[in-house]
Ligand binder design. Structure first.
Ligand SMILES: Nc1nc2c(ncn2[C@@H]2O[C@H](COP(=O)(O)OP(=O)(O)O)[C@@H](O)[C@H]2O)c(=O)[nH]1
Ligand SMILES: [Mg+2]
Length: 413
C-alpha cells in the first residue's frame, strides 16, 4: 500500500467541538486507524510495521496518538468516546470540558500540544452551527486569527436543514475554507442511496467520516492533490471571501449489495455519472438544474485507477453539467490516490468497492440560494460583509452565463 512516511509532513491539529463535532471526529479517527493499520489503542497491527502512520495526523508517543482535541460544554459525548473501544487511543488531556475561563485554557492546551510540531500546517475543525458550543467556536476562531495568522483553518460545519449564510459570518470571516454539510442532505443520502430505513446520527456520521477520509487521503497517503491544508486554498478558493465548498462522494452502494460482483468494481465513468445527473450525491442540498462553478477538484481513490479513463468520456460529461468562470484562477483539477477505500469494521452502511471518488466544489449556486438578507442581524458590519459577498457572487454568475467557452484547466496531471 502506498504510504507517505517519507514525505515532508506538515502537522495538522484537529478540533472536535460539541456533540456533533465529537461524534464525527471520533468516527474519522476510527477510520484513519483502520486505514493506517492501527489497533483501537494506537499500536501498529502485527505484520504491518512497514505502514508507519502519517506524522501529519498522528504523533508517536507510547502509542500512535491522533493530533486532536475534543471540546464540549458537557461530558456526555466525550464520555461515550472515553468508554468506547478506542478509549486508549487518546489521553485524558485530549478532552476539554468548557467552564469559566475556558477559552484561555483551551488555547493553552492547544499551545502545549503543538509546541513540539516541526512544521505546523493548521487546523481542521469539526463542529455544528447551532449548538451550545457555537459561540465558543466563534471566540476560538477570533483568537486563532490573531494567534495563528499564518496557519490555515479548514472547517467541517454541520447544519440542520439548510445552509444559512447569514449565520456564518464569523466562519466566513475567520476560517479559510468552509466545508458545510447539511444533516437533511446526509439523511437523504443514507435513506435513498444507502437504503437505510431510519437513518440515525450514527449512520450519518459514518458517511461524513468516509467523505473526510477521502478529502484528507492525499495528506495521509502519497497523492498529488490536496496534500496539505494550504493547497485547499490554492486549489479551491479563487477569491478569499468565496470559501464555501460543497462535497460529494461516490459510489454510494448499500452494504447489502456487497456480495454482488457488479458493484465492486465500477468504471471510473459509471462511478462519476451521478455527480452530473443530479441524483443524490451531495452533502448539502442542491436546487439548481445545472451547476456554475468557481473551482472543483475530483479525488479518485483506488489501487487500479487508470488515468486515461478519467480523461475522455468523463470530461465530455462534465462539460455538459459544470460550467467554470473564465476569470477565476482555480478551475478544475483531478488527483488520484492509489490507496484503496476502506469501510468501517463492524457496522458499515456502505459496500466496499475498489475505488471511490470525492468531489469538492466551489459552487455559486450554493451561495446564491442562501439567504444573505438577515433583517434581524444587529451587526451592520456583518450585513455589509454578507451583502458584498452576495454581489460578488452575482457578478461572477452573470459572467459565467455570458461565457460561451468552458475553461477547463488541465484535467489531469
Ligand atoms: N451529523 C450529526 N449532527 C448532530 C449530531 N449530534 C447533534 N447534531 C446536530 O448538531 C446540532 C448542534 O448540536 P450539538 O453538536 O449537540 O451542539 P452542542 O450543543 O454545541 O454540543 C443540532 O442541530 C443537532 O441536530 C451528530 O452526532 N451528528
Ligand atoms: Mg451537546
Amino acid at each position: 500500500m502506498a504510504n507517505n512516511n517519507d514525505m515532508n509532513h506538515r502537522e495538522v491539529f484537529q478540533l472536535h467541538i460539541g456533540s456533533a463535532g465529537i461524534e464525527i471526529g471520533h468516527r474519522c479517527w476510527e477510520l484513519y486507524c483502520l486505514e493506517h493499520s492501527l489497533t483501537a489503542d494506537g499500536n501498529i497491527v502485527n505484520g504491518t510495521e512497514a505502514n508507519v502512520p502519517p506524522k501529519c495526523f498522528f504523533s508517536e508517543k507510547k502509542n500512535y496518538r491522533p493530533r486532536a482535541l475534543f471540546i464540549d460544554s458537557n461530558c456526555s459525548t466525550m464520555d461515550t468516546v472515553k468508554s468506547s473501544k478506542y478509549r486508549n487511543l487518546y489521553s485524558n488531556d485530549q478532552f476539554h470540558l468548557l467552564a469559566n475561563n475556558s477559552l484561555e485554557s483551551v488555547l493553552d492546551t492547544i499551545r502545549k500540544q503543538i509546541e513540539d510540531y516541526d512544521n505546523f500546517d493548521g487546523f481542521i475543525i469539526s463542529h455544528a452551527m447551532n449548538g451550545q458550543c457555537s459561540s465558543f467556536t466563534s471566540e476560538l476562531l477570533q483568537k486563532f486569527a490573531s494567534d495563528y495568522t499564518k496557519k490555515t483553518i479548514v472547517t467541517n460545519s454541520i447544519f440542520g436543514s439548510s445552509i444559512d449564510v447569514s449565520s456564518m459570518y464569523n466562519l466566513l470571516e475567520l476560517a479559510h475554507v468552509v466545508i458545510p454539510m447539511e444533516n437533511k442532505a446526509i439523511f437523504n443520502l443514507c435513506k435513498h442511496r444507502l437504503e437505510i430505513a431510519n437513518p440515525a446520527y450514527a449512520n450519518m456520521n459514518r458517511l461524513i467520516a468516509t467523505c473526510w477520509s477521502n478529502i484528507t487521503c492525499s495528506m495521509r497517503f502519497k497523492g498529488s492533490l490536496l496534500t496539505d491544508l494550504n493547497e485547499f486554498q490554492t486549489a479551491l478558493i479563487p477569491f478569499p471571501t468565496m470559501k464555501i465548498i460543497s462535497s460529494f462522494l461516490l459510489p454510494l452502494i448499500p452494504f447489502s449489495c456487497s456480495t454482488q460482483k457488479d458493484f465492486k468494481s465500477p468504471s471510473v465513468y459509471d462511478m462519476c455519472v451521478p455527480l452530473f445527473s443530479q441524483a443524490h450525491t451531495c452533502f448539502v442540498h442542491q436546487s439548481t438544474p445545472y451547476k456554475m462553478l468557481l473551482s472543483a477538484t475530483l479525488h479518485f481513490r483506488g489501487e487500479n485507477i487508470i488515468p486515461k479513463e478519467i480523461g475522455q468520456k468523463l470530461i465530455i460529461a462534465m462539460k455538459q453539467w459544470w460550467r467554470f468562470s473564465d476569470t477565476t484562477p482555480t478551475g478544475f483539477k483531478c488527483g488520484i490516490n492509489y490507496c484503496r477505500p476502506y469501510i468501517f469494521d463492524d457496522d458499515s452502511d456502505i459496500a466496499l468497492t475498489d475505488k471511490q471518488v470525492c468531489a469538492l466544489v466551489n459552487e455559486i449556486a450554493l451561495n446564491q440560494s442562501s439567504n444573505t438578507q438577515d433583517e434581524t442581524a444587529e451587526v451592520n458590519e456583518a450585513n455589509d460583509f454578507l451583502q458584498g459577498l452576495k454581489s460578488n457572487y452575482q457578478e461572477l454568475e452573470s459572467e459565467i452565463i455570458n461565457a460561451n467557452e468552458l475553461n477547463l484547466a488541465t484535467p489531469f496531471k
